[in-house]
Write a protein that binds this ligand. Structure first.
Ligand code: TXA
Ligand code: MG
Length: 313
């Protein structure tokens, strides 16, 4: 136990016990946390985010052992958990019959999304609280996920009992969501782990369409997401005077923002949401993004940007 983390973690755990909402740091993005076993507390998450009740939440726990009390792990699910936990992977597995997470957190489904986050402060909170914490990304529905504590305060103001500051999120993209049904794994959401890294452990991943019968698609993925207020234009090579450019890689000296001047996709992922927010704050007529390779984490970056560019639904 790190003594300097003990005091903030204890305050957050006390707020969770009271049924309050807490802003919590994780290595992917900041979460809006509540006691997953308390339906009234979980209802506050849906209300604060303006989130549709059919969209289930991820329950966060401190260890695989704690996760196995809530969900049923097939050998493949356990293999994935052992390879990537703690870390940026959420596993959707069948709920245990005596799972203590409330139905509302799982949107009434017979499956549950579970994650063991790596952030040391979040680990301390989970161990101090001793129960699962339901936490979606700490943004109003449809907005970019927060990657620093100040963005969480920007989204929710004084609706939160407490926002724990754990510094900038190291990964910067939400967790990859993988549903495991027996020996079949379906990639429901691209995220802070590349498809290649997941497939090195699990073998080829199914896509939600191909396995619609075996595993329902992630309800959250049907929604427009991650969008700043300004329209977003992708694969651009230049910006008008009233537009703001977010570039990637070398050769864009005039750009206001660059996700990674050296062309590093891990750095770009960590910067993405904060730069979308900073660009949006300049009130441009559009945010233009230069091409980004769709390999490794670039695939998840492209997914988030495509959603940010989607204006119509
Ligand atoms: O990195 C993350 O995953 C962050 C941090 C805070 O942990 N959390 C996060 O939560 O991004 P949220 O609620 O924004 O996204 C959770 C995704 C949604 O797309 C939701 O539909 C899906 O997981 N999900 C949750 N439970 C599910 C289930 N039982 N079946 C299918 N999809 C599920
Ligand atoms: Mg989210």
């Amino acid at each position: 136990m790190d003594q300097t983390l003990l005091e903030p973690a204890t305050s957050a755990a006390a707020a969770l016990v009271r049924g309050d909402l807490v802003g919590l740091p994780t290595e992917t993005v900041y979460g809006l946390g509540a006691d997953a076993t308390n339906a009234e507390a979980v209802a506050k998450i849906f209300a604060a985010k303006g989130r549709p009740h059919f969209n289930p939440l991820i329950s966060h726990v401190a260890s695989l052992e704690a996760a196995e009390a809530l969900g049923v792990f097939s050998p493949l699910a356990r293999k994935l958990a052992e390879a990537f936990w703690p870390g940026p992977l959420s596993l959707v597995v069948p709920r245990q019959p005596d799972c203590i997470v409330c139905d509302l957190a799982c949107a009434g489904l017979d499956t549950i999304a579970l994650r063991v986050p790596a952030h040391p402060l979040m680990q301390h909170v989970l161990r101090a609280f001793g129960k699962p914490v339901a936490a979606p990304s700490a943004n109003v529905s449809g907005r970019p996920s927060p990657t620093i504590a100040a963005h969480v305060r920007e989204e929710f103001g004084d609706k939160l009992a407490l926002v724990l500051d754990g510094g900038p999120s190291a990964v910067g993209l939400e967790s990859a969501v993988v549903a495991v049904s027996g020996d079949q794994a379906t990639l429901l959401r691209l995220g802070g782990l590349s498809r290649e890294a997941l497939e090195a452990v699990a073998g080829p991943l199914l896509s939600p369409d191909a396995s619609a019968k075996a595993a329902p698609a992630s309800p959250g993925m049907v929604l427009r997401h991650y969008a700043p207020r300004a329209p977003v234009r992708l694969n651009a090579s230049s910006a008008e005077a009233t537009e703001v450019m977010i570039a990637f890689g070398p050769g864009y000296e005039g750009a206001e923002f660059n996700l990674s001047p050296s062309g590093d996709l891990t750095e770009a992922a960590a910067q993405l949401f904060a730069m979308l927010r900073a660009a949006d704050a300049l009130n441009p007529t559009a945010i233009v993004i230069t091409p980004i390779p769709e390999t490794g984490l670039g695939e998840a970056i492209a997914d988030r940007l495509a959603r940010a560019a989607e204006r119509s639904c």
